[in-house]
Design a protein around this ligand. Structure first.
Ligand code: ADP
Ligand code: ZN
Length: 604
């Protein structure tokens, strides 16, 4: 590694060392090579083009699909003292002309530009007259029409290679699967580029899945109790759910905001801004909220409803813990979710083949949810990456689930579905099993059936678990046309005939699960700071919030939590000590050093 790159990493960015494959990638691009970089969210992709852009002659041109993302990146770079700018529709004519002038005058190190702007004849001819260090194509999966981020303009980016074959190109994405990777290489004419594929493991994320009691709101609030004062995202299934959950959280005294595509766009934008700029906002959202959210200190992503696929789940949970500090990926689901999602798919507009594919993806996710294996191993395995298991940071590793012989219970449940005519939902079938004389039971004479009351040995919770696992395992089907009426599938036959045994996950005790969450026992978190360090940390956070407001930038652009924590712990006495703390480069030391020392002094 040339000393220049390491020196720049330390001096300007304030990081001590390269992470993962960053060093090799940076070297390769500095030397003029093309690269295709696959790295998970939070892996550190930006440095892979920012450093070469600074070290090569000319300006690095970054193609980026989202305006919000560009602005944050540029702001973060300016704080580091890097000469960065963007060109997009938010600039007026004079602003754009000034950026163009700076580009031609060689006054820029990095220029972020939207693809549609880049492709205009006018801009391309401007580039002819500028010195370009490299082309970086961020979120390169936007070139794939199979993903949900497809951007047709990305396909025309081959023009860069045609017109400037000698300028290195680096394409980056966090989308891992092999077909997308091939499509990126092909569509962007990067077949000869060197591929850098990182592990997609996110070791700092703690995966945890719980089974819903009712709507899951109570469990969510208990889970959030362990995350007081942290920023996080709660994903819900529909706009209505988003609004309902946000209200419930607000009523519980949590600083929660809502975000979905049906909201007034000004309110939506304001909520997003607050989430980015303030500390400790919980955003309740549909999956419309996501791409472009590169806030590093999101401490949890909670799914209060089942996502649609393992890919979606991985991508959404990936927005937690980009800064590498411990973060939670929590999911609550129940049988109702399965019914809702199946309904959404089967009654949707898509063609038959697409629907079958989506149902298969949902089944794969259900299999993952019910599995007793290490979550990390299952997830990475799904993406074709081997993992030895026993990660020590998922629910199944931390509290190995007990299983029980559910053959007998399954037979009772399946028979009861059959005897009641495969026309009723889980609530009624459970009432019959447990011998509850409801009006509906009497109306249909179900207290006369041979399966009436044969399930009194298990409680409601246990039965709910049995039915959920039978549906997840494909032995029962919830008929979406008939409000979730349960039907037997061919897979149930061997169990009914006594030819197959079944083992189920034991449902955890409700009280125990709650008590644990309350005591923070299950939340992924760094160890508590010592009391005096905590005081300093709080003072620094308040100071940072004021600075962020003053400059109208997100707090993390000024300093990351991890940097404030390190300062609070080290309590540096002077600028020299302060400069040795990770995350403090020359420019930030210059800008904020005195202020930070003053606030440390005041806090002590
Ligand atoms: P990605 O774009 O891959 O999601 P980013 O480039 O935004 O990731 O980086 C994620 C986080 O990791 C950022 O907060 C960044 O400051 C930090 N980071 C990146 N490289 C390093 C490094 N070598 N040392 C320490 N922190 C790093
Ligand atoms: Zn594990």
């Amino acid at each position: 590694m040339p000393d220049a790159a390491l020196d720049l990493l330390r001096r300007t960015f304030g990081h001590n060392d390269f992470r993962g494959e960053q060093a090799q990638i940076v070297q390769h691009v500095i030397d003029g090579g093309d690269a295709l970089v696959l790295m998970p969210t939070g892996g550190g992709k930006s440095l892979c083009y920012q450093l070469p852009a600074l070290l090569r002659d000319g300006c690095g041109l970054v193609v980026s699909p989202l305006i919000a993302l560009m602005q944050d990146q540029v702001e973060a770079l300016r704080q580091l003292g890097v000469r960065a700018a963007f060109l997009n529709s938010t600039l007026d004519a004079a602003g754009a002309a000034e950026v163009e002038r700076q580009l031609l005058a060689g006054e820029l190190d990095l220029l972020y530009v939207a693809p549609e702007r880049l492709l205009t004849g006018r801009f391309l001819s401007l580039l002819e007259r500028a010195r370009i260090a490299l082309f970086a194509i961020d979120e390169a999966h936007c070139v794939s029409q199979w993903g949900h981020d497809f951007r047709p303009e990305y396909r025309q980016l081959t023009v860069l290679h045609e017109r400037w074959p000698e300028i290195p190109r680096i394409a980056l994405t966090a989308t891992a699967d092999a077909p997308t990777r091939r499509e990126i290489a092909e569509r962007l004419a990067l077949e000869d580029a060197r591929e850098f594929v990182s592990s997609f493991d996110r070791p700092n994320l703690r995966y945890r899945i719980v089974h819903k009691d009712g709507s899951g709101a109570r469990q969510l609030i208990d889970f959030l109790a362990a995350h007081r004062g942290s920023s996080g995202i709660v994903y819900a299934f529909s706009r209505k759910r988003v609004e309902g959950v946000a209200e419930q959280l607000q009523a519980a005294g949590i600083k929660a905001l809502a975000y979905h595509a049906g909201m007034d766009s000004a309110v939506r934008a304001a909520n997003q801004r607050r989430f980015l700029q303030e500390d400790g906002v919980v955003m309740v959202a549909t999956i419309a909220f996501g791409m472009g959210i590169d806030k590093p200190d999101v401490r949890f992503v909670a799914h209060v409803d089942l996502p649609k696929s393992i890919e979606g789940y991985y991508q959404e949970t990936g927005r937690a813990g980009r800064d590498g500090d411990p973060a939670d990926a929590w999911l609550a689901y129940g049988l109702g979710d399965v019914v809702n999602l199946r309904q959404l798919i089967t009654q949707g507009e898509a063609g038959e083949e697409r629907k079958r594919l989506e149902l298969r993806k949902l089944d794969a996710l259900l299999g993952y949810c019910e599995s007793t294996a290490c979550r990390r191993q299952s997830l990475l395995g799904w993406f074709g990456e081997p993992h030895p298991g026993a990660c020590g940071n998922c629910d199944n590793c931390l509290e190995p689930p007990e299983s029980w012989d559910g053959t007998e219970a399954a037979r009772k449940a399946l028979s009861c579905v059959y005897r009641t005519g495969q026309r009723f939902g889980v609530v009624h079938v459970m009432d019959v099993l447990m011998g509850k004389p409801t009006d509906k039971v009497r109306q249909y004479g179900h207290d006369q059936l041979s399966t009436w009351g044969i399930g009194r040995d298990l409680d409601e919770r246990a039965w709910r678990g049995v039915f959920r696992q039978l549906v997840a395992g494909g032995l029962l089907d919830a008929d979406v046309e008939r409000h979730g009426a349960l039907r037997l599938t061919p897979l149930s036959t061997p169990v009914l005939r006594g030819e197959q045994e079944l083992r189920f996950r034991r449902e955890p005790e409700r009280a125990a699960a709650r008590g644990r969450d309350r005591r923070r026992g299950t939340a992924a978190a760094l160890p508590d700071l010592a009391p005096d360090a905590q005081l300093r940390f709080d003072a620094l956070r308040d100071w940072r919030a004021t600075m962020a407001k003053e400059q109208n930038v997100p707090a993390y652009v000024i300093f990351h939590d991890s940097t404030l924590r390190a300062i609070a712990e080290a309590a540096p006495a002077d600028l020299d000590d302060l400069s040795r703390i990770p995350g403090i480069g020359a420019s930030k030391l210059d800008r904020y050093g005195e202020d930070v020392l003053q606030h440390l002094f005041d806090a002590d």
